[in-house]
Design a protein around this ligand. Sequence first.
Ligand SMILES: [Zn+2]
Length: 181
Amino acid sequence: MCNQFNKKFLDEASKWMTNKEHQETPVHAEFMDRAIKNAISGVLNNDGGPFGCVIIKEGKIIGSGNNKVTSTNDPTAHAEIIAIREACKNLNSFQLDDCIVYTSCEPCPMCLGAIYWARPKKVFYGCNKADAAKIGFDDDFIYKELNLDNNKRSIPFEQIDRKKALDAFKAWEDKEDKIEY
Ligand SMILES: [Zn+2]
């Protein structure tokens, strides 16, 4: 029984050792540590909320940020957004091909959207939504709003002038030299 257990354990361990994702674990911890340090230094500098992020490509940090909402009066200045902007600027691209995002907390709906638009290959996060809600950052509220009908949201959304607004889409459709994304 004991030997069988040992064999199973060794098999699992050997699988674990040969799995590339796990071999990279210490690196993941190092980058997550940088994201967490960004978060803490932002708190100490009075930049904003306790959130930090780094973006990595080919083992190098190409974007870095911490929350700066209150210090810049910018409600969109979340750590991930700042890091994405810096990374895209450095890559001279609107896409984060083959990049990895390390963020100290599970992204809010805005950053989740930004991450999907930026298209990195993976996201690692430290704290989760419940941890953030416990200290007063209730992203979960926004996640719930996403599932409501437009007119049932706490900020009402109402459609007007659709026909005129479609002119912009027509201009896009007709444009031959557009850069699709
Ligand atoms: Zn966010």
